[in-house]
Design a protein. Structure first.
Length: 110
């Protein structure tokens, strides 16, 4: 079965960063917006690689006539990719911390 892109991240964008959402609707995003949206896209599409999310967002910007946003040097691309990947690290740390807390909570005498 082929994975389908979950684009519900746009609802989160609208509620959490309305100005970025408006810029998306008006095709006038910034490079920071593009990277932020790629990170949100990765959050909602765990089956995808962070690089796929960034490339998909770059292609989207290109289709919206914002080709100048997708024109990244190798260094800029790597920095953007590191930013998108950072959410994966944060989620894993939170999961481990939650398991430790649960373990400690169930082992303590009440």
């Amino acid at each position: 079965m082929k994975n389908v892109w979950n684009d519900n991240w746009r609802s989160e964008l609208e509620s959490n960063d309305y100005l970025c959402y408006i810029r998306l609707c008006e095709c006038r995003n910034t490079r920071h917006d593009m990277i932020k949206m790629a990170k949100m896209m990765f959050k909602y599409n765990r089956w995808a690689d962070p690089e796929d999310c960034l490339i998909r967002m770059m292609e989207w910007m290109d289709m919206n006539s914002q080709f100048y946003l997708a024109d990244l040097t190798q260094k800029e691309f790597k920095e953007a990719l590191d930013f998108v990947r950072n959410i994966w690290y944060n989620i894993n740390v939170i999961k481990r911390f939650t398991k430790i807390l649960h373990f400690l909570y169930t082992k303590t005498d009440r």
